[in-house]
Design a protein around this ligand. Sequence first.
Ligand code: NGS
Length: 255
Amino acid sequence: NLSRLPRGPGHADEMPYCPKTSPLIGGPIHVTFPSGLTLAQVQRKNPLVVRGGRYRPPDCEARHKTAIIIPHRHREHHLKFLLYYLHPFLQRQQEEDWDCLFFHDVDLIPEDDRNLYVCDANPKHAAIAMDKFGYKLPYKMYFGGVSALSPLHYLKMNGFPNNYWGWGGEDDDIGVRVSLAGMYISRPSLKVGRYKMIKHKLDKGNDVNPKRFNMLAKTRQTWKMDGMNTVEYEIVSREYLPLYTNITVNIGTES
Ligand code: NGS
């Protein structure tokens, strides 16, 4: 029976694949920010999420495996709200582990269950309708907020640039890399790719980068020489917390 596969090494039990469309998926999500929310409450609401923030459906074999990467610094307050929505959202989509990478701003909350956190044949831009832009794209080439790449997509575009410091432009550079590497940007519908941003002031120590336009003009010349093949970092710590894995890296300073 092809619909039944072993659960992997160490698992004698066999389970059917989850249905192609999860029966748990609803439609729009009403996003509010409960005051006094704690991570302990989020943990209690998500008893099947295990160490490091992992989840697998308890009674079927997931068809999709996604890792959510949420770069952040001094933004635990936003992370808490994101985890509050993201864990139940992903559980309704019946996913586990990963072979697909979601790069996720810490302050964006998905507002529709049908926005599936799975990879497409091409790099996907998921955050196409944000409340602060009136639920439409701010400009045609916008690739910021939430995007999804398979490891193969990531390799083809030589990953992300390493030389953008401060605010702005890095997401545009990544969008340009997608097309320079011969790929297209896929997008969900405007109805589904909706996000609410947690309102906040500009981060301290993250000033607007005055060099970003000059750098963007040169992406075509630089993308093969700067990216995944030149990234340098040092892992400071890796903590397997109940709701997420917290990896702290030292990326040095602007040279
Ligand atoms: C563009 C920035 C992007 C940024 C987008 C939305 O102007 O990095 O605005 O910004 N590009 C450049 O500066 C070259 S937002 O309104 O979300 O803060 O993502």
